[in-house]
Design a protein around this ligand. Structure first.
Ligand code: 5GP
Length: 207
């Protein structure tokens, strides 16, 4: 359905070529995806989604906190062509401690009764082992949605756990196995406001 852009073999852009605050610049190896490229890819994903959700009865779930910016941008591009109302909800899934996946997934913040009979669209920032989304999808299916689709900005395909069954219908980019921040993604609460997607220096998270 979607044709993600594969940047696994792409060199990082030099930080000096982009507008990046000095404090953040010191912590990054480089820029993997400049903001303009991400914005345009997200607009295209929005067009694809709008075609499939034109008939309404939609519940769009944002997976907090990392997907917040992606969610807003995506829905901005879905809305001009989908005129019926979309119910917006958010959910908090937690499986990470710093840069390490704990393997345990906690899900909070949604009244799951809202899912029954809806066309549910889950919006996630990044799929890594895939365990978070698999657990979330399983829990949503238990509450009888009419349909369930997943839009994911970034996919670290190499890292997928064989137990993860979930496959996003819409994917922005396939990225290498490196820890990325910016465009809403954080490391312990920092770097979310960086407009580009950057690769964090290992020494920052190995401190
Ligand atoms: P999974 O269950 O697929 O292993 O984990 C998905 C979650 O891990 C994402 O929602 C995100 O919070 C976090 N994550 C995985 N890789 C990265 C990364 O490179 N950067 C950031 N900031 N978060 C990541």
């Amino acid at each position: 359905m979607s044709h993600p852009i594969d940047v696994r073999n792409q060199q990082l852009y030099d930080l000096e070529q982009f507008a990046v605050p000095q404090a953040v610049k010191n912590d990054l190896q480089g820029i993997l995806l400049p903001q303009g490229l991400i914005d345009n890819r997200v607009a295209r994903m929005g067009e694809e989604i709008a075609k499939n959700y034109a008939y309404g009865n939609t519940l769009a779930i944002c997976v907090l906190n990392g997907a917040q910016h992606f969610y807003q941008q995506l829905l901005n591009s879905v809305f001009p062509s989908v005129h019926n109302d979309i119910q917006l909800e958010s959910i908090k899934c937690c499986s990470y401690d710093g840069t390490k996946s704990t393997g345990e997934v906690q899900i909070n913040g949604l009244d799951f009764t809202a899912v029954r009979g809806k066309n549910v669209l889950v919006v996630e920032d990044i799929i890594d082992t895939g365990l978070t989304l698999s657990k979330l999808a399983q829990k949503l299916y238990e509450h009888d949605p009419l349909s369930l689709e997943i839009a994911c900005l970034l996919d670290k395909r190499e890292r997928r756990n064989p137990q993860a069954t979930v496959k996003p219908e819409y994917t922005g980019f396939i990225i290498p196995d490196r820890f990325v921040v910016g465009y809403g993604l954080d490391f312990n609460g920092r770097y979310r406001l960086l407009p580009h997607l950057g690769v964090l220096k290992e020494e920052i998270y190995q401190k």
